[in-house]
Write a protein that binds this ligand. Sequence first.
Ligand code: UDP
Ligand code: MG
Length: 284
Amino acid sequence: MRHLLSVVVSVYNEEEALAQFYQVTEGILNTISWDYELVFVNDGSRDQSLSILNRLADSNPKVKVVSFSRNFGHEAAMIAGIDYSQGDGIICMDADLQHPPACIPEIIRRFEAGYEVINMVRTKNESAGWFKNMASSAFYKLINALSDVKFESNASDFFAISRNVAAVLKENYREKVRFLRGYVQNVGFPKTTIEYEARARVAGESKYSIRKLFKFSINTILCFSDLPLKLGIYSGIIVGFLGLLVMLETIYEWAVKGTPNGYATIVVLLCFMFAMLFVIVGII
Ligand code: UDP
Ligand code: MG
């Protein structure tokens, strides 16, 4: 029996890009040795995306459409697409052709070579401005410093996984706040990377605002790092140490000058009280 490849594409207000995306992608999917299904997840688009997708599904039975009642975000859309997919291999990609479908044959070769997680690593990102590029690399530095789990710094939400990995994601990674590309890198299984150049978007504009990206980064750090939780204990230790210094200095003054320093006594007390408080909050 022929293997089945599922291509999961999340779509949010992509009416200008869809026709071209479909044309290019379908062209390539028809040349590979695997059978395919093209799973579009409409993430509550408010433009004509859904009707365009439905028309594609009518004309080609290999096109499937999953549609959300409102915008739930790119991550939720990819998860839904993975849940829905039947393939032996699943590729997640964007609808704006920034993730070149030309990589698909190479992905198939890697699947056939036995790899189960294929990370697509961007070598160049033409459309993201310097700010997004800088923010993105700062984000990966920060999360790698804060978290025990290590992230590929140029990972994108362009990746491919086997049916086994998809099963693990379906069963065991059901948190509400997710960072899919992080999970994919940390589920185990034979893993490989393919490099690609992210070209400029074919049409329309980016659906990820800086605000959305910021929220997403904060969530990810809270999910993958326990530093925020331990902040209380660390503050407690630092404040307690400060208190100790001031106390030593007070004892010294008292011993040398013979007069206790009332101001210092209050600072010492405050430091110890706060230290205790922070440590207890940290434990809680
Ligand atoms: N997208 C989505 N829901 C959203 C935002 C984006 O499904 O809330 C989709 C979008 O249609 C595209 C992909 O996610 O297929 C990546 O978005 P975009 O190209 O806007 O992000 P960028 O490439 O600029 O980071
Ligand atoms: Mg894009």
